[in-house]
Design a protein around this ligand. Structure first.
Ligand code: SF4
Length: 917
């Protein structure tokens, strides 16, 4: 009998870079578990990582090349790409073409894409979606350190006595690391301070939460710098030996008294004083910064304002003391290493440095070399729109959803003469505009390396065959390069590319550059296969080591010193107005990743939030007549969305939050980035996703519906819809301003049914209530529930009915929307790992479970990744044990059909509203 095969690989989602053990059983099924030997996660996985095996199906995979929507062979497609790029370059110059790549691709893919554009096409018009998440951190590192170095390691989170999280919802966006922080806090009492306008899950765990005005971080850290100096915290020996610019930076900070900072940030002077005093008093302090810092039109200044505080105090590169930029994507760091940004050169060399350009060209023996920075992401798509870029190759990313003012990006691709998209997924909002589609391999099929936020290089290994005609990105780039007539692209394997990448890092280096992995320039295929996670630098001949940078200075500016950059708050073009009186903030939610092409396949990951929503403060909602769980419109000068209202006091008054994940593939009108202002940071080019003036209003609808369907609905004819997968079909939330003339015809179209189905129907025209269920034999093919208000219904029961057989009275239970005694409804999923619902947790609390640990013992909820612990804490706070009172604010009683069962699971989002209200 065959044995299961276990493959060590790395999670493809966030920058934590967790090790994964993927087990392939003899029957081909795959299961995943955390790798206990990986130093990022020591066996833990978060909800997304735990559900990876559920995302491996081939539904909607792009399996063959296509040209203009028709299947083509690889030769035909690659010839067309190479020929069109070559002709365009010959006619309009190297800058008339572009590559737009992704922090999702592997380092080897990234390396070749960069080599092709910069060294062979001779243009730096290659940028990456990492521009959208960490370019400001890169720019700040380069200004302060002379190179893009992350000084810290994850072990510092366990060494620190104080961790300050700035613009980072660590509990949801880097959950496994947050669990490491909480475990350390349990042992040694680490203090946590969170700087974030929203009371996020991370803020819920903090000792102090500073809910500052959006984008007011620069004054906050100028005030900190001034107070550190006043408190005598300057490390005079360190700054005089290793740092320039302290006096200028302090002069810039001098006007920022606590009173002035309070005015600029909206924080109380008492909270500011407490933060400043604690920072001053704690030697071992780590400042984590992430998207709330980087994604701003002053992102680089914010990051330098933070770094300045660490440089002044010498708290950098020491155990438990450092500024620490945490990346979003799994291989943002690998992209930085190979110069994947339009203003960088390979191996952390500087594109503006003629000697570095000559060195790289010499190493590649290439015919050309870009001699100026290329267009950064937002500029790049503007150039496409303006017709200056005439051919673009988009690889593994979805710019029609993820760039700011995303509708302009859609227009740009519509206008572009030649768009190539390499992707694993057939239908995305971007593939719709491709002239040529190239099928890429996905996680589980790819082979190469990625680098996580602590500079640790890990292997992603293939454990599945390449499906259909899918090919790795590096192979696609090499084939196009060869067909364009370039030599230097003959690679037999990813290991060969990795060897070259390692050799370039060591080439004419001798310690002059931070990034040096020369130890691997002769790595064999067998050694590459066996490569264990390793932290750079690893120069040739050195012992494998885990390194912090800069405790002894040795910065990478010409004089070997760091620079404290004198920053001051920048004027911004953004302002709220009578028409757009609120700030729009966008970001991630716990269980989804990017544009849901992968996480959107796992039903359990849509159990937490099942439809797009806007989180807003109840007072802002009341001012506009927006009801809890009602539909609302969010509008900016650039676009609009219709989403579910999630009222929460965790929102900051005057600001609303939209998750970034929903696309036209999952909802009618919920692309958050269509609303976002495209103003960018002038240094990094990173857009400010966290602050766009916006307005809100109720989205009045004549009817609301909920449906389940055994087949994926193809065309949903209603103004509002949101689709999510279920174990045996699909769930759809619906609403419209005009009711269809014939509900059965509407439902048959929605369910994709012909004339053979048997229907059960209940209709009360006066009350506007409709219930329909369609069966083929004993199989439920679809059910539709319509009401003038948001539909109150036990959604879990109706969804599970898709998987069951129904005859006789059981069919009427489906129509009634409630099961019998044997069909308990668990409510919206709070713990995605163990599928524990809100109602189960409330029942456990009422039965006497009085702590997160007790609930974990009773239901296992919160005992794996721990990301749901803050939700459980909220439920505990809202539900006195055995009181019989539930935190149920749901007002949409389903008059005739609820059977007295409350709280209703209207939608996962709404159930959360009930929890949070
Ligand atoms: Fe993957 Fe979660 Fe680990 Fe991030 S924290 S790498 S998403 S398992």
């Amino acid at each position: 009998m065959q044995e299961p095969v276990i493959t060590r690989t790395t999670c493809p989602y966030c920058g934590v870079g967790c090790g994964v053990l993927a087990t392939r059983a003899p029957d081909g099924t795959v299961s995943v578990a955390g790798d206990p030997e990986h130093p990022a996660n020591f066996g833990r996985l978060c909800s997304k990582g735990s559900a990876l095996a559920e995302t491996l199906g081939l539904d909607d995979r792009l399996l063959h090349p296509e040209i203009k929507g028709k299947r083509a062979g690889w030769d035909e497609a690659l010839d067309l790409v190479a020929e069109t790029f070559a002709t365009t370059i010959a006619k309009h110059g190297p800058d008339s073409v572009a590559l737009y790549v992704s922090g999702q691709i592997l380092t080897e893919d990234y390396y070749l894409a960069n080599k092709l554009m910069k060294g062979y096409v001779g243009s730096a018009n290659i940028d990456t979606n990492s521009r959208l998440c960490m370019a400001s951190a890169v720019a700040a590192h380069r200004r302060a350190f002379g190179t893009d170095t992350v000084p810290a390691t994850y072990a510092d989170l366990e060494e620190a006595d104080l961790i300050v999280f700035v613009g980072s919802n660590f509990a949801w966006c880097h959950p496994v690391l947050f669990q490491r922080v909480l475990a350390a806090r349990e042992k040694k009492g680490t203090r946590l301070i969170v700087v974030d306008p929203r009371r996020t899950a991370t803020a819920e765990s903090a000792d102090l939460h500073l809910s500052l005005e959006p984008d007011s971080d620069v004054p906050l850290f100028l005030g900190l710098l001034k107070s550190l100096e006043a408190a005598g915290c300057r490390d005079a020996a360190y700054t005089s030996a290793h740092v320039n610019g302290a006096e200028d930076a302090l002069s810039a900070a001098a006007p920022f008294s606590i009173a002035r900072v309070a005015e600029a940030t909206g924080l109380s002077q008492a909270d500011l004083a407490a933060f400043y005093a604690e920072f001053a008093a704690t030697e071992k302090v780590v400042t984590i910064f992430s998207m709330g810092v980087n994604q701003s039109d002053s992102g680089t200044d914010k990051a330098n304002a933070i770094i300045n505080c660490h440089l002044l105090t010498g708290r950098i590169g020491k155990p438990g003391a450092s500024p620490f930029s945490i990346t979003g994507q799994p291989n943002a760091m690998g992209g930085r290493e190979v110069g994947g940004l339009a203003n960088m050169l390979a191996a952390h060399m500087n594109l503006e440095d003629a000697a570095a350009r000559a060195r790289v060209q010499r190493f590649w023996a290439s015919p050309a070399m870009a001699d100026k920075p290329g267009l950064k992401a937002v500029e790049m798509f503007e150039a496409v729109r303006a017709g200056r870029i005439k051919a673009i190759w988009i690889m593994s990313t979805n710019p029609v959803d993820s760039l700011p003012q995303a509708d302009r990006v859609r227009e740009a691709l519509e206008l572009c003469p030649f768009v190539v998209v390499s992707d694993a997924i057939r239908h995305t909002d971007t593939t719709a505009y491709a002239h040529v589609l190239l099928p890429a391999t996905a996680w589980g099929e790819k082979d190469g390396t990625v680098t996580n936020s602590e500079r640790r290089i890990s292997r992603q290994r293939a454990f599945l065959p390449q499906p259909g005609e899918a090919k790795p990105d590096w192979w696609q780039i090499a084939e196009v390069a060869k067909r364009m007539g370039f030599s230097g692209f003959d690679y037999p394997s990813p290991a060969a590319i990795f060897r070259e990448h390692a050799a370039l890092s060591a080439f004419e280096n001798s310690g002059a550059r931070d990034f040096d992995i020369g130890a691997y320039e002769t790595i064999s295929e067998v050694e590459f296969e066996a490569l264990v996670p390793v932290m750079w630098p690893q120069p040739a001949g050195a012992e494998a080591q885990e390194t912090r940078f800069f405790a002894q200075g040795r910065y990478y500016h010409g004089d070997g010193k760091a620079r404290m950059v004198p920053v001051v708050p920048r004027p911004t073009s953004k302002a709220r107005s009578e028409r757009y009186p609120l700030w729009l903030n966008t970001g991630r939610i716990r269980d989804q990743w990017h544009t849901m092409t992968r996480t959107g396949k796992a039903p359990r990951l849509l159990g937490h939030y099942g439809e797009p929503f806007c989180e807003l403060h109840p007072e802002d909602a009341a001012a506009q007549g927006i009801e809890a769980a009602g539909l609302m419109r969010v509008e900016s000068a650039h676009g609009a969305a219709i989403v579910r209202a999630l009222l929460s006091e965790k929102a900051r008054k005057g600001s609303v939050f939209l998750p970034l994940h929903w696309t036209d593939q999952f909802a009618a009108k919920a692309r958050a980035d269509a609303l976002v202002n495209a103003a960018v940071d002038p240094i990094s080019g990173e857009p400010g996703y966290k602050r766009t003036p916006c307005a809100i209003a109720p989205a009045a609808m004549a009817w609301h519906g909920f449906a389940v369907s055994a087949r994926k609905p193809q065309a949903v004819a209603s103004e509002y819809w949101a689709l999510s997968p279920a174990a045996e079909g699909w769930r759809v939330e619906l609403a419209g301003s005009t009711a269809p003339e014939d509900w059965q015809t509407y439902a048959a179209t929605l369910f994709g049914l012909g004339g053979d189905a048997e229907w059960l129907a209940y209709q009360d025209r006066e009350a506007g209530l409709v219930r329909l269920a369609a069966f083929e034999g004993e199989k439920l093919m679809g059910a539709l529930f319509v009401s003038p208000q948001p539909v109150a219904l036990a959604r879990g029961f109706v969804t599970e009915a898709l998987a069951e057989r129904h005859s006789g009275m059981a069919r009427y239970r489906v129509l009634a929307g409630q099961g019998g005694a044997g069909s308990p409804d668990h409510g919206a999923i709070i713990c995605a790992c163990f599928q524990v619902g809100v109602k189960q947790i409330i029942a456990a609390i009422e039965a006497g479970a009085a702590s997160v640990e007790a609930i974990g013992a009773a239901l296992k909820a919160g005992t794996n990744c721990g990301s749901c612990k803050s939700d459980i804490r909220t439920l505990l706070a809202k539900t006195p044990p055995s009181s019989g009172e539930r935190p149920d604010r749901c007002t949409h009683a389903d008059n005739d059909h609820d059977g007295g069962q409350r709280p209703f699971d209207l939608t996962p989002g709404l159930a959360r509203e009930a929890v949070e209200a």
